[in-house]
Design a protein around this ligand. Structure first.
Ligand code: 4G1
Length: 252
């Protein structure tokens, strides 16, 4: 997979793309990263990339020319499918694991990151194929969001994770949060590991984990349970019991 990033701050990406699994993915030849400073595609000698908004008002707007020219100058791999051109912006579709899986199947991703300000609307309308947001908060730029998306996508590219790690396709594959984890010592300063995990009784351990996973999801992310229509009868029983307990606690 080829990943191109258009940014005014390419140096922000150096550490992230070269370290750990993202760096190893490049070393293994599974992905190729290219960083492009779209200021290099500005048209005047001051290398201007932004301007005041038509109609007045405050703030600055990223001009279309540098971004269109930077995208048009990107090399295309022979025989590759056309790139997904992704605008990182607060108005985009909220990024999810499902979107990461979708993008992991592509040949070529192009990320466009703004900084401080908004984009000329024609970039959205005539250049980009996808608009993505990582969530609702104010940031100084789209660089950190692009790194989040790249991280989530690259680990899903075939051959990037070793086989021993791929079963950690995380709790999202089950649609539930993870159950609590423990490692040695069994008693740390009087804080004890639940007995069932030390019992060696694999059926009971399995049941405990499924139950704790469901309990956590119910307590912390009930929205995830609404998406799961395939709970077993036993799981529904547990949920109903917790709901009854919670209702009782409410009354007393
Ligand atoms: C209005 C957040 C503006 C921000 C409302 C998540 C945020 C890109 C993202 C902003 C950005 C809200 C993102 C805001 C982002 C131009 C450059 C836009 C930075 C910019 C809730 C500033 N996911 N924000 N505006 O943060 O790029 O992808």
């Amino acid at each position: 997979m080829r990943i191109d990033v258009l940014t005014l701050f390419p140096e922000m990406f150096e550490g992230v793309l070269n370290a750990s699994i993202l760096g190893r993915a490049a070393d293994k030849g599974r992905v190729t990263y290219r960083l492009v400073n779209y200021r290099d595609y500005a048209e005047n000698k001051h290398r201007t990339v932004d301007d005041t908004p038509y109609g007045g008002g405050g703030g600055m707007v990223l001009k279309p020319e540098p971004i269109f020219r930077a995208v048009e100058a990107l090399p295309r791999e022979e025989g590759a499918r056309p790139p997904r051109i992704i605008l990182m912006c607060p108005q985009g579709e909220t990024f999810t694991q499902r979107k990461a899986e979708e993008l992991a199947g592509e040949d070529h991703l192009v990320f466009i990151c703004g900084h401080y300000e908004g984009y000329d609307e024609r970039i959205r309308q005539y250049l980009v194929t996808d608009e993505i947001s990582i969530g609702d908060y104010v940031l100084t730029g789209g660089e950190l969001p692009a790194m989040v998306v790249i991280d989530a996508v690259v680990r899903l590219v075939p051959g990037v994770l070793g086989n021993e790690q791929s079963p950690v396709t995380d709790s999202f594959s089950t649609g539930l949060l993870e159950h609590p984890h423990y490692t040695r010592p069994a008693d740390f300063r009087g804080m004890k590991v639940p007995d069932v995990l030390l019992s060696g009784h694999h059926e009971q351990i399995d049941m405990w984990r499924r139950k704790e996973s469901l309990r956590r999801t119910w307590l912390r992310r009930p929205d995830l349970l609404d998406l799961r229509k395939d709970l077993t009868a036993e799981e529904r029983e547990w949920l109903a019991a917790w709901q009854r307990e919670a209702a009782e606690d409410e009354r007393s």
